[in-house]
Design a protein around this ligand. Structure first.
Ligand code: FAD
Length: 490
């Protein structure tokens, strides 16, 4: 039996590993010249940058993938970072937030006057919520009826009063904390799947559990080490990769997949998994098939503008992950989702991998990945938007760091929503597919299988269970479960 995977993002490569482990002869077709999708790396002058993701949680999911069939010798090492993030506010307040429930609560009590016991209680609630929803919403397909007939679902239902399902994250957090700065810190986790904390249900506070109770990790060699390791595992299991090969059509007849078509070939197979943005999978690869309109037309998650700056200085007051908060946070999300433009005082994320990966920058220098959440592309003039944004970022950093950054920039490149769409085929540059801005958003993510075409599956952040590396890995695990059932593989 032959399987084809469209796209070598982390969701595609994880699916390929799993399909190969089931005995499928597996081939991956990738439009770019490199594997890993958004988890790729670029050298700019003497600096190395991870171009996409920088926050890594749940590393055991990668370990689990690497140990499929047999433990392999693939070198994948990582360590937990002592701090989750360093936060800067416009009034000059700076908080270096550690990880671990007690340490986070103690820090927020000392720095922001929160009741330590209350913070601990909330963080533990987020952990229990996460553990209750994980087996039901994250590890399994929401869209198969058998999924709903088990004890874990019952347990998840009993916790509904604790999720904050019927209020926004902002409402839940505002009612939970004394200091608006704490609320802002917790609201920020909505952006981890490209959503709006003023609309996204309080349920998504479970993301805070992973970063604050547990903590973020850093792979040795940077984020690209995740792609490298999974690619090696796929090769180990005999997966064949075809680079610079864009898939142009999924072939099917009588409701069953027959293969794919590229610009040069038709390849016959028994199973196709698409790691391409699900919107484009329907629009471009299945033009004759009516897609699930309601799912595909949901509001999209945010995109990003990223500046990659080689900085000729080191900053002792910065950490691996740093946030310079907007002073007008609610308005920032109004700009992102409604006005579809960039605000003049945006929240700025600065990631510096060279703080722990010393080879990523020359001595005395740092590699700054400077990211601002951006609206999806709606035809904005990105050249002028980026020029204004760059100026606003530099002004804000100068205000808060008391250093003029511009003369320190030795190397520079950037990426915007149009480039994100072109590089990875993400609809309008959206990073996570549909936004999670409503209570029902989890149910409006596309299932990991097609109900119209047998043998067609979907993996990656634009389908169930959602955005981020851990969820892309989970989507591949769910594809495996569906394939096992559909192909009667025990
Ligand atoms: C700037 C930025 C920052 C981010 N930060 C984080 C973070 O800190 N933590 C986190 O967990 N996540 C983050 N993300 C999101 C993260 O990138 C995703 O979670 C994950 O990498 C997406 O994996 P994927 O497999 O769904 O898709 P992708 O990585 O998008 O892979 C899809 C692949 O399919 C290929 N493809 C598409 N169409 C075709 C076709 N027709 N034929 C052949 N190939 C095709 C594309 O070229 C691409 O390689 C970030 C993303 C960006 C852009």
């Amino acid at each position: 039996m032959k399987a084809i995977v469209i796209g070598s993002g982390i969701g595609g490569m994880a699916s390929a590993v799993r399909l190969a482990s089931l005995g499928f002869e597996t081939e991956v077709f990738e439009q770019n010249s490199f594997y890993g999708g958004k988890i790729n790396s670029k050298n700019i002058g003497p600096y190395r940058f991870d171009r996409g993701p920088s926050i890594f949680t749940e590393p055991h999911l990668v370990d689990e993938l690497l140990s499929i069939v047999k433990a392999s010798d693939i070198d994948f090492d990582y360590h937990k970072l002592p701090n989750s993030c360093c936060y800067f506010f416009e009034d000059g307040k700076r908080i270096k937030l550690p990880t671990g429930t007690e340490a986070v609560a103690a820090c927020l009590s000392e720095e922001l006057g929160e009741d330590q016991k209350n913070v601990e209680k909330l963080l533990r609630r987020f952990e229990l919520n996460y553990k209750a929803v994980y087996p039901v919403f994250i590890k399994a397909s929401l869209h198969r009826i058998m999924q709903w007939l088990n004890r874990k679902v019952f347990k998840a239902i009993t916790r509904i009063p604790f999720y904050g399902l019927f209020s926004s994250m902002n409402t839940v957090n505002r009612q939970s904390f004394k200091n608006p700065k704490t609320t802002q810190i917790f609201n920020r986790f909505a952006t981890y799947n490209g959503s709006n904390p003023f609309k996204s249900p309080g349920m998504f506070n479970i993301i805070a559990h992973l970063e604050l109770n547990v903590g973020p990790y850093m792979p040795k060699g940077g984020m690209v080490a995740i792609s490298d390791a999974v690619y090696q595992k796929a090769l180990e299991l005999g997966v064949r990769f075809h680079f610079n090969k864009r898939v142009e059509k999924i072939l099917y007849s009588s409701g069953r997949v027959e293969g794919i078509e590229t610009s040069t070939n038709k390849i016959v197979c028994d199973l196709v998994t698409s790691n391409m943005d699900v919107h484009f999978t329907y629009d471009k690869l299945l033009p004759g098939l009516k897609g699930p309109v309601k799912i595909l037309n949901q509001e999209k998650s945010t995109s990003a503008v990223v500046f990659y700056w080689g900085i000729q200085k080191t900053f002792d007051n910065l950490d691996v992950h740093n946030i310079f908060f907007s002073n007008t946070y609610e308005s920032e999300f109004d700009h992102l989702f409604n006005k579809q433009t960039l605000i003049d005082d945006p929240t700025i994320y600065v990631h510096i991998s060279s703080k722990v990966e010393k080879n990523d920058a020359p001595d005395g220098c740092e590699n700054w990945f400077v990211m601002v959440n951006a609206p999806i592309d709606a035809g904005q003039d990105w050249v002028s938007q980026k020029q204004r944004l760059r100026k606003n970022i530099l002004n804000k950093l100068k205000r808060l760091l008391k250093v003029d950054i511009e003369p320190l920039i030795g190397e520079e490149e950037n990426v915007d929503p149009v480039m994100i769409e072109q590089m990875y085929s993400g609809k309008n540059g959206s990073i996570y597919g549909n936004a999670s801005n409503t209570m029902m958003s989890s149910f409006y993510r596309h299932p990991n299988f097609s109900s119209k075409i047998k043998g067609l599956y979907f993996a990656g952040v634009t389908v169930h269970p959602g955005g981020g590396i851990p969820l892309a890995l989970s989507s591949a695990a769910i594809v495996e479960k569906c394939v096992r059932r559909d192909f009667s593989i025990s």
